[in-house]
Design a protein around this ligand. Sequence first.
Ligand SMILES: *Cc1c(COP(=O)(O)O)cnc(C)c1O
Length: 350
Amino acid sequence: MSKFWSPLVKSLVPYVPGEQPKMANLVKLNTNENPFGPSPKVIEAIQSELNDSLRLYPDPEGESLRQTIAGYHNVKPEQVFLGNGSDEVLAHIFYALFQHGQPVLFPDVTYSFYPVYCGLYNIEGKTVPLTDSFEINPEDYKQPNGGIIFPNPNAPTGRYLGLEHVEAILQANSERVVVVDEAYVDFGGESAIKFVNQYPNLLVCQTLSKARSLAGLRVGFAIGHPDLIDALNRVKDSFNSYPLDRLAQAGAQAAYEDHEWFQKSCEGVISERERVTKSLESLDFEVLPSKANFVFARHKERSGGSLAKELREKGIIVRHFNKPRISEFLRITIGTPEQNDALIAGLKSL
Ligand SMILES: *Cc1c(COP(=O)(O)O)cnc(C)c1O
């Protein structure tokens, strides 16, 4: 702490990202990166942008990429907002749309960035407990609020909420913005984007970090009613007009144009997820049903903390959250078949 810090900075509790260790040959299953890598067409598109045009600012609106994403999701370009990773999009959402003097609701077990944004922007947050089986109950979201946000599938549980339940939350909260953070939706869920023209209070957030294997490029977006997108643009243009650089815009566009790669990569993750789930169950783990590129599992006897530590000694990194309700769980990213084999072998030897 320093005397130069603002009172707000003194009070901040920042987000702690999963570690990115520098050691070689790790089996890295801790940050939900996609093991199959980006499409070769993405690499080509980025390489073709590596020229003198880098002296010029990028398109501040990302017009071409917005058109591509809008076409893919069957909405209008003015319904798409782009950001430097969906984390940035989420930050702008909190600032632009959640300041209503009432608490923002989110699950007690969820993406830990939400309470951090509340702290940054001085917004009151209120956690809503998941059920005993770690599911979202729409009935619990029928209470006064300043906005609602939840991931679907949820993280770190991996559990997916059927769209009829998402609709129930939207209908019960027509005076507030409901944000569905769909970082993992392509691994077996169905997107709520199809509701955006029906519900002007719905904003859906997605990222290219997970299913499109571009965590290093930093591209995310939100889709919703143009009025909501306008609000986000007002914040963006008061903060940083160029959140997506030229390479990111070119690479992201190419990722959307290679549908086959995307589909194969999602199918690969899903089939490995089913295999890892069965193996874990045969080793006496309880595994929550997952529609994400990770599983959330606890062992019937061994503690989550000690398993994570012992796996680490074998060069296998998984995520353990020392938090109420979930301290016995491990969140394990689905890796390549070889990485998953190493995980299972490592667990067997413990
Ligand atoms: C990974 C993740 C994000 C962030 O994605 P970026 O686009 O890489 O910033 C947002 N929400 C949830 C729930 C995530 O798991």
